[in-house]
Design a protein around this ligand. Structure first.
Ligand code: UN1
Length: 500
C-alpha cells in the first residue's frame, strides 16, 4: 500500500460514482511526520455539495424503507472488513495524521466497536408502547429517520469519529453527505470505500472533499440537509449553529475540552503519573479528552511533579509507525505554531516551564511537526494556559489545598467534557462523580478512553446538549413519532371523554 501513496488522485463519491469536483481544483494531503505526499483530492465547491445532497435525498426514499436489521447487516459487514484491514488502515493513519501505531489501531477498533454496536441497534431502535386513557385504543412511540445528514469530522480520530456519526445515522435510516477533514481525506476515503464494499446502496453515503468554507458551509446552509453533526472547535460550532438557525436544523455539536485530572494526597502516585502521561501526551495531546490540567493536592505536589517531569522526558518522539515511538507529530505547521504560542503565553503569565516548551528537531524530526511534551508548574487556575484549549502536548499543574478546592478549580473553565480523580477515599470519589461538571468522569484513570456504548459528550461550552455513542446517539439521528390507534369504532375525545 505504501508504494502507491502520494501518486494517486482521489475523487468525490456522489450517487455511487467517483467524480471530480466541478471546478477541477485539487489539494494535497501530506504526512505531518515527514512531509511525504499522501494523495491528491478534489477541492470541491458548493455545486458538488448540491449534487451530493440531491443524490442523498433521492436515496433516502428507499433507504428509509429498508428494514433496520438489514441496514444493520451492512454495518456488521463493514465492521468485519475494517477488522480484516485494521493493520493496513492503522498504518495509513499513522502516515496521514501522525498518531502512533498502537493508538491508530485503537482508533480503527473504536470504529469496529461502534459499527457492531449500531448494527445490533438495527434489531432494537426501541420506542414505547403505553396504555391509552381511552378504551380500545393503542399508543406507541417510534423513532423515524430524518433525511439527509451532513457529517463534518475532524482529523484527530479520522476513522473512529466518522463511525460515531455515520453508523448510527445509517442504521436509523438516514442518508449522508460526508465531509472528512482536509488533513485526513484519504482516511475518509477508505472509510467510504469499505462501507461501499459492505454493500451500501448507491447514494446512501456520499463524500465531498474540501474545506469548511466552501463544502462545510454549503452543507450547513443547504435547505435539504435537516441534520448537521460536527466535531470541531468551539468557534466553528458557534458559526455552524448560527448558519443553521435559518433552516431550523437539528445541530449536534461536539466541541472543545479543558479536561482536568485531580490527584489527592491519598492517591496511588505511580498510577496517577501513568494516567497523566497517557492522557496528556497520548495522540500528542490532540484529543478533545486530553488532560491539559492536573490539579494536585499540596501534600503530594512536589513528588508528583518530579515523577511527571521524569516520565515526560523519557518519551520518545518520532514517526508514529516506527517501533519505540511514544509521541508522534502534531497535525500541521499551524498547530505547531499555536502550541508554541501557548508556551510563550504561559511563561509570560508567570507559569514555571518544567520541561519541553520547544519544537523538537534532530534525527530527522525537523522534516515533521514535532513538539516536546511540555509541563508547566505553579499554574494559577485563571491563566490562559489553564483556561484555553491548546490541543497539543502541553499540560498545566495547579496546586490546591483540599478536595473541595480541587473540584472548584476543575469546574472553573468554560468546557465540560472529561474529568478524572485519583483518590482511594470512596466518599471523595462519589462526591467527585456528583460534583464534577463534565459529561465524563473517571475514577482512578486518566481522562481518555471512552467506550462506544456509553454517551460521549460534554456540558457547558463542549456542546449543545447532545451526546454521541450509546443509545444517546439515536436521539440525534431520529425524530420521535407518537402513534395513536383507535379501534373502538367511534369518535373518542381525549381529555373530554374522561368517564372511562
Ligand atoms: C476525541 O478526542 O474527540 O475517550 C475523541 C477517548 C477516545 C475518543 C476521543 N475514545 O479519548
Amino acid at each position: 500500500m505504501t508504494a502507491v501513496l502520494g501518486m494517486e488522485r482521489f475523487r468525490n463519491y456522489v450517487g455511487g460514482e467517483w467524480v471530480e469536483a466541478a471546478n477541477g481544483e485539487t489539494f494535497e494531503s501530506t504526512s505531518p511526520a515527514n512531509g511525504e505526499t499522501i494523495g491528491t483530492f478534489p477541492k470541491s465547491g458548493a455545486d458538488d455539495v448540491d449534487r451530493a445532497v440531491e443524490a442523498a435525498k433521492a436515496a433516502f426514499e428507499d433507504w428509509r424503507l429498508v428494514p433496520a436489521p438489514r441496514r444493520g447487516e451492512i454495518l456488521f459487514r463493514f465492521a468485519q472488513l475494517l477488522a480484516e484491514r485494521k493493520d493496513e488502515v492503522a498504518e495509513l493513519m499513522s502516515r496521514e495524521m501522525g498518531k502512533v501505531l498502537a493508538e491508530a489501531g485503537g482508533d480503527v477498533q473504536e470504529a469496529i466497536d461502534m459499527s457492531l454496536y449500531m448494527a445490533g441497534e438495527g434489531r432494537r431502535l426501541s420506542g414505547q408502547t403505553t396504555p391509552s386513557e381511552l378504551r380500545d385504543k393503542f399508543n406507541m412511540s417510534v423513532r423515524m429517520p430524518i433525511g439527509v445528514v451532513g457529517v463534518i469530522t475532524p482529523w484527530n480520530f479520522p476513522i473512529a469519529i466518522p463511525s460515531w456519526k455515520i453508523a448510527p445515522a445509517l442504521v436509523c435510516g438516514n442518508t449522508i453527505v460526508f465531509k472528512p477533514a482536509t488533513d485526513t481525506p484519504l482516511l475518509g476515503q477508505r472509510f467510504v470505500e469499505l462501507l461501499d464494499e459492505a454493500g451500501l446502496p448507491k447514494g446512501v453515503l456520499n463524500v465531498v472533499h474540501g474545506g469548511g468554507g466552501a463544502v462545510g458551509d454549503r452543507l450547513v446552509r443547504h435547505p435539504d440537509v435537516p441534520v448537521i453533526t460536527l466535531t470541531g472547535s468551539r468557534e466553528t460550532g458557534v458559526q455552524v449553529l448560527r448558519n443553521a438557525a435559518e433552516g431550523l436544523k437539528h445541530v449536534h455539536l461536539e466541541l472543545g475540552g479543558k479536561n482536568a485530572i485531580i490527584v489527592l494526597d491519598d492517591a496511588d502516585l505511580d498510577l496517577a503519573v501513568e494516567g497523566i502521561v497517557w492522557s496528556a501526551f497520548g495522540t500528542s495531546g490532540q484529543r478533545c479528552t486530553a488532560a491539559s490540567r492536573v490539579i494536585v493536592h499540596e501534600a503530594v505536589y512536589e513528588p508528583l511533579q518530579r515523577r511527571l517531569v521524569a516520565a515526560a522526558e523519557k518519551l520518545r518522539l518520532g514517526p508514529g509507525w516506527e517501533p519505540g515511538t511514544d509521541v508522534g507529530p502534531v497535525i500541521n505547521a499551524r498547530a505547531l505554531e499555536k502550541i508554541h504560542s501557548y508556551t510563550e503565553i504561559g511563561t509570560g503569565e508567570g507559569a514555571k516551564l518544567l520541561t519541553g516548551g520547544e519544537v523538537a528537531t534532530g534525527n530527522g524530526l525537523e522534516h515533521g511537526f514535532y513538539y516536546r511534551p511540555t509541563i508547566f508548574g505553579d499554574v494559577d487556575p485563571g491563566m490562559r494556559v489553564a483556561q484555553e484549549e491548546i490541543f497539543g502536548p502541553t499540560t498545566a499543574l495547579i496546586r490546591v489545598r483540599d478536595a473541595g478546592e480541587a473540584i472548584r478549580v476543575a469546574n472553573g473553565v468554560r468546557y465540560g467534557l472529561s474529568s478524572s480523580i485519583f483518590t482511594r477515599n470512596v466518599n471523595t470519589a462519589f462526591r467527585a462523580m456528583r460534583d464534577l461538571q463534565a459529561g465524563i468522569t473517571y475514577i482512578n484513570a486518566g481522562t481518555i478512553g471512552a467506550e462506544v456504548h456509553l454517551p460521549f459528550g460534554g456540558t457547558k461550552d463542549t456542546g449543545n446538549g447532545h451526546r454521541e455513542a450509546g443509545q444517546a446517539a439515536l436521539d440525534v439521528f431520529t425524530e420521535w413519532k407518537s402513534i395513536y390507534v383507535d379501534y373502538s369504532g367511534k369518535l373518542q375525545k381525549a381529555q373530554i371523554d374522561t368517564a372511562g
